[in-house]
Write a protein that binds this ligand. Sequence first.
Ligand code: BYC
Ligand code: FE
Ligand code: FE
Length: 474
Amino acid sequence: MNVSLNEKIPNNVDVGGDKALQRALERWQPEFLDWWSDMGPDGSKGYEVYLRTAVSVEKGGWAHFDFVRMPEYRWGIFLEPARAGRSVGFGEHRGEPAWQEVPGEYRGNLRRIIVTQGDTEPASVEQQRHLGMTCPSLYDLRNLFQVNVEEGRHLWAMVYLLHRYFGRDGREEAQALLERRSGDRDNPRILEAFNEPTPDWMSLFMFTFFTDRDGKFQLCALAESGFDPLARTARFMLTEEAHHMFVGVTGVARILERTCQVMAKERTDSPERLRALGVIDLPTVQRYLNFHFSVTLDLFGSELSSNAATYYTTGLKGRYEEEKLDDDHRLKDAVYPVLAFEEGRLVTREAPALNALNEKLRDDYIKDTASGIARWNRVMEKHGIEFRLAVPHKGFHRRIGALAGAHISPDGRLLSREAWQARADEWLPSAADRAFVQSLMGRVVEPGRFANWIAPPERGIHGMPLDFEYVRFD
Ligand code: BYC
Ligand code: FE
Ligand code: FE
């Protein structure tokens, strides 16, 4: 694998061998940096951060640790090595050689998938841009920046595909990716969850646990693509995604740990009392969980989607772990159970599996959240506290798809609009919850110190101690 690290844009795809492509990317680069300076982590300029940078795709090459002066992170373009003789694994082209160029008739759909994926990456950076100001420790600040620079690299990954394979309209889309803004009324990000604010660190940890996990599942589906450059890009992005979800699962676990310590010591489960002691009560954690889970479920799209069927049939987007599934990988006659809301009732219907692929991916995703939830519940168990966290019913608080019109409680009961509204503050973070969590957010930047509402992690980054100076300020 030929890696050019010393070029303006580090890459293993021989950008230098294609002068037109190189010029286009080198024109996009300063615009990306302008965007980063406007919309990237607030006030981070000049900080030296102990970061992991991808320098190659070989074993360990994606995990090179060193101090980087922001924003001099070297955003590179890395695709996993091609697998010789790879063929399309599903759909009507199953068994044909994977495509190295975009098939003309699928160009529009492929571009749309890449743009949608690409749009989420800068969106998340925009959502998180103020959090550095209220970091609970240097360790956490470093993790935030790590996630942010990698989401920036994921944007680069999609922009490379647009520039390299889609000509003029690809370049226009790459431009537009820097112009949309999370939450902007006139020019918002494409998918709804990416227009929600991430105003505090509890939201960040829930977001990286739940929403970055949607990233994992969508990227796994794209890693199956018959369009080989997309598959190889997605596979490399997945190596970085694991850390984002780690930040989420450990972040929430540390919040729970701290709360449980105080609950055990003070022998109380009173939210008022715990809040007065400066920790986040467990019902509030559950409400944040309910919010992020339900908003993320919407990201999978409608239960029945002709887009999803087309993407699959034409070989553009597969299923999670397609190769491990034991069926014909064409799904022409297969069926899949889908939850529907009909005449005021929740019913399960057999639907054509091809149309139900969004729902199948959502179900796979829901299963994957279970081990994290179990890990969180072990914290309470360890402290002898009875409270348990759980994901809400699939239909709770949905805005996309067949369940959007239904008013479903977290435990899956169908309610009237009024009955649901009356209890919304029990189930979703209320304005008062958000204000309380916000009130805890203060900036802790002394090495080895942690804010009162969160326990220290079990270990530092890359073998470094907890009191390591993960971020050096000017
Ligand atoms: N919000 O047929 P349907 C990540 C639209 S996260 C707004 O069900 P489809 C990351 C839809 O576009 C992973 N609009 O949709 C995480 C369609 O519009 P048209 C991101 C929505 O196409 C954290 C219409 O509704 N990657 O990487 O089957 C940090 C009909 O819907 C939404 C991808 O998503 C929504 N939630 O499925 C950083 C992969 N849902 O045709 C990064 C690429 C649907 O009426 N995207 N609509 O104009 C896709 O595969 C598909 O676009 C979706 C939607 C699965 C998202
Ligand atoms: Fe990403
Ligand atoms: Fe991510």
